[in-house]
Design a protein around this ligand. Structure first.
Ligand SMILES: Nc1c(C(=O)O)ncn1[C@@H]1O[C@H](COP(=O)(O)O)[C@@H](O)[C@H]1O
Length: 167
């Protein structure tokens, strides 16, 4: 259902967070390395065939001159979520984010924050959930769980600072 691709294995420590949240939400995915720069034919073949192979959303992460998400978006009709990776030789991630964010009209890439592969996974789930009630229901539960986790933390802070709250 979701295709997770990245420019290099060095992106994996970040990109695996998309895989982890999709696993948590019980959404099938595939994960592989595809580079527009280093494997242009593989990038073309992946992007050209993804929608015919049952992929509904592509998450593409890359660092530096991060052309992979935009180039994939130019070939596939699927929604592409871009993850700017702050790689070791990047200028604080600005190179990645601007390369992915500033797409020309007609070819959008939904760009998440630097290294925000987890949010990319959640966004992909929400896109799928728009037409799949089961997945949407899982997203409702995910948000309820988030809220409960924050409410539990509020109680802990309240215990430590009993006079710190107006109500
Ligand atoms: N930005 C791209 C593309 C691409 O856009 O096609 N292919 C690899 N890369 C990026 O190069 C960085 C360094 O890669 P190496 O660690 O392999 O040298 C990685 O963050 C990768 O995403």
């Amino acid at each position: 259902m979701v295709g997770i691709i990245m420019g290099s294995d060095s992106d994996l420590p970040i990109m695996k967070q998309a895989a982890e949240v999709l696993t948590e939400l019980n959404i099938p995915f595939e994960l592989t390395i595809v580079s527009a720069h280093r494997t242009p034919q593989r990038m073309f073949d992946y992007a050209k065939s993804a929608h015919e192979r049952g992929i509904n959303v592509i998450i593409a992460g890359a660092g530096g001159a991060a052309h992979l998400p935009g180039m994939v978006a130019s070939i596939t009709p699927l929604p592409v979520v871009g993850v700017p990776i702050k790689s070791s030789n990047s200028i604080d991630g600005w190179d990645s984010i601007l390369s992915i964010l500033q797409m020309p009209n007609g070819i959008p890439v939904a760009t998440v924050a630097v290294n925000a592969a987890k949010n990319a996974g959640i966004l992909a789930a929400r896109i799928l959930g728009a037409t799949n009630p089961t997945i949407q229901q899982r997203m409702v539960k995910y948000q309820e769980d988030l809220q409960k986790a924050v409410e539990a933390k509020i109680e802990i802070v309240k215990g430590d600072y009993p006079n710190g709250f107006d109500q």
